[in-house]
Design a protein around this ligand. Structure first.
Ligand SMILES: NC(=O)C1=CN([C@@H]2O[C@H](COP(=O)(O)OP(=O)(O)OC[C@H]3O[C@@H](n4cnc5c(N)ncnc54)[C@H](OP(=O)(O)O)[C@@H]3O)[C@@H](O)[C@H]2O)C=CC1
Ligand SMILES: O=C(CO)COP(=O)(O)O
Length: 352
C-alpha cells in the first residue's frame, strides 16, 4: 500500500491534546476541520492558533480550521466527492456518545466512502466492551462507512512539536488504512497498517494499566530492575488477554503494544504513569484525578480484570493495580503479594 492517492478531507471530532495534535498533522497535507464541543475552544484554535489548555506553548498551523458546530464538521467530510476521513479524538468515556452523535448526523446524508477511526485507549467501564464494539454498534450498519483504530506510541505534545512518530492503523478494510496513510503519513509521521483490531485495542488499553503499575513502583523508589520486570511481565499479561479475545501476539509485540507500553511506562508525559507515581508517593486517587485529568488506565483496570475473569485469563499486575486503586491496599503490600506468587515458566501462556 502506498501513499500515492490524493489526501482525503479530514474531520477530527474532539479537540483535546491528541485530537488537536492529529488535526495539526493532518492539515499539513489534507483539508482538515477540527470540532470542539466548547465554542471557546474552537474559537481559540481558529483565531489564536492555540489550544493552551491541552497543548501549552504550541502554535497551530495556519491551515487548520475549527468549529463547534458538529453538523459543520460532518458536512465538511460529506461534501467530498472522494474518500473522506473522520478521526474520533475523544476518550473512551466519550466514545459511545460521539458515535451516536455521528450516526445521527449521517442519517439521510449522501457521501463518498467515509472512514471513521478512533484513537481512544481503554474499555467501556461497565461492559468491558472494546472501542471497536462500541463503534460497530452505532456505525457498523451504515452504508459507505468503514471503521478502524489508530494507535501507537505517541505523546501529543511531541507530535505537536513536529517530532517523529510512528502509528498503526488497524482495520479489516484496506481502504481505511489507505485513507489514514494518505492523510497522515509524511515527513514526521510513519503510518503502519494492520488488520488486527483486537490486538491493537487490547495493547492500547492495558498499557495504561501497566503504566500505572510502573508509576507506583517508581513512586515507591523500587528501582529500574522492578520497572523492567513490570514492563516485561505486563507485556505477557497484555498478550494473554489479547490472544484470549482473538488478537495476535505479534501485534502486542509491535508499536501498539510493546512500543506504547515502553513509552507510557517510562515517559514523563504519560498521565497514567503520573497517576501511579502520585499513588506511590502516598496521594489519594480522588485527589490526583480532581482536576479532571484523562488517565484511562484507572477505569480500564477494573474492566480488564472482569474481562480476564470472564475469559479465564489471569492478570496479576492488573489485579494488584485494582487492589491499590479501589480496595485501599497499600502499594508496598501489593508489591509483596506480586513477589510472593509461586514461580512458573516465563512463557506468557504458562498461566492458562
Ligand atoms: N494525549 C496523548 O498523548 C494521546 C492520547 N491518546 C488517546 O486519545 C484519546 C483522547 O485523549 P486526549 O486527547 O489525550 O484527551 P484530553 O483529555 O486531552 O482531551 C479530551 C477531549 O475530548 C473531549 N471530550 C470528552 N468527552 C467528550 C464527549 N463525550 N464528546 C465530545 N468531546 C468529548 C474533551 O472536551 P472538553 O475539553 O470540552 O472537556 C477534550 O477536548 C484518549 O483515549 C487517549 O488515550 C492516544 C495517543 C496519544
Ligand atoms: O497513549 C499515550 C501515548 O501513546 C498517552 O498516554 P497517557 O494517556 O498515559 O498520557
Amino acid at each position: 500500500m502506498s501513499a500515492a492517492a490524493l489526501p482525503p478531507r479530514v474531520a477530527v471530532l474532539g479537540a483535546g491534546s491528541w485530537g488537536t495534535a492529529l488535526a495539526a498533522l493532518a492539515c499539513m497535507q489534507a483539508d482538515t476541520l477540527i470540532w470542539a464541543r466548547r465554542p471557546e475552544a474552537a474559537h481559540e484554535i481558529a483565531s489564536q492558533r492555540r489550544n493552551a489548555r491541552y497543548l501549552p506553548g504550541i502554535t497551530l498551523p495556519a491551515g487548520l480550521r475549527a468549529t463547534s458546530e458538529f453538523n459543520d464538521a460532518i458536512a465538511h467530510v460529506c461534501a467530498s466527492d472522494s474518500d473522506a476521513l473522520i478521526i474520533l479524538g475523544v476518550p473512551v468515556a466519550g466514545m459511545a456518545d460521539a458515535c451516536a452523535r455521528l450516526a445521527a448526523a449521517l442519517q439521510g446524508r449522501s457521501h463518498a466512502p467515509l472512514h471513521v477511526v478512533w484513537t481512544c485507549k481503554g474499555m467501556q467501564p461497565d461492559t468491558g466492551l472494546l472501542p471497536h464494539e462500541v463503534a460497530s454498534a452505532a456505525l457498523g450498519g451504515l452504508p459507505g462507512v468503514s471503521l478502524g483504530v489508530l494507535s501507537g506510541p505517541s505523546f501529543a505534545l511531541e507530535v505537536a512539536r513536529g517530532l517523529p512518530v510512528a502509528l498503526t492503523i488497524a482495520s479489516t478494510q484496506p481502504a481505511t488504512g489507505n485513507a489514514v496513510l494518505v492523510a497522515l503519513h509524511g515527513q514526521h509521521c510513519r503510518i503502519y497498517t494492520s488488520d488486527d483490531v483486537i490486538g491493537v485495542e487490547v495493547g492500547g488499553a492495558l498499557k495504561n494499566v501497566m503504566a500505572i503499575a510502573c508509576g507506583i513502583s517508581d513512586g515507591l523508589g523500587l528501582g529500574a530492575n522492578a520497572r523492567a520486570a513490570l514492563i516485561t511481565r505486563g507485556l505477557a499479561e497484555i498478550q494473554r488477554l489479547a490472544q484470549a479475545l482473538g488478537g495476535r501476539a505479534e501485534t502486542v509485540q509491535g508499536l501498539t503494544g510493546l512500543g506504547d507500553l515502553v513509552l507510557t511506562a517510562t515517559g514523563p508525559l504519560s498521565r497514567n504513569r503520573q497517576v501511579g507515581l502520585a499513588i506511590g508517593e502516598g496521594r489519594s486517587l480522588e485527589d490526583i484525578l480532581a482536576g479532571g485529568m484523562t488517565a484511562e488506565g484507572v477505569r480500564c483496570a477494573r474492566a480488564a480484570l472482569a474481562l480476564g475473569v470472564r475469559h479465564g485469563v489471569e492478570l496479576p499486575i492488573t489485579a494488584a493495580v485494582c487492589r491499590v486503586l479501589f480496595e485501599g491496599q497499600a502499594p508496598r503490600a501489593a508489591v509483596a503479594t506480586l513477589l510472593a506468587r509461586d514461580s512458573r515458566p516465563e512463557s506468557p501462556n504458562s498461566y492458562r
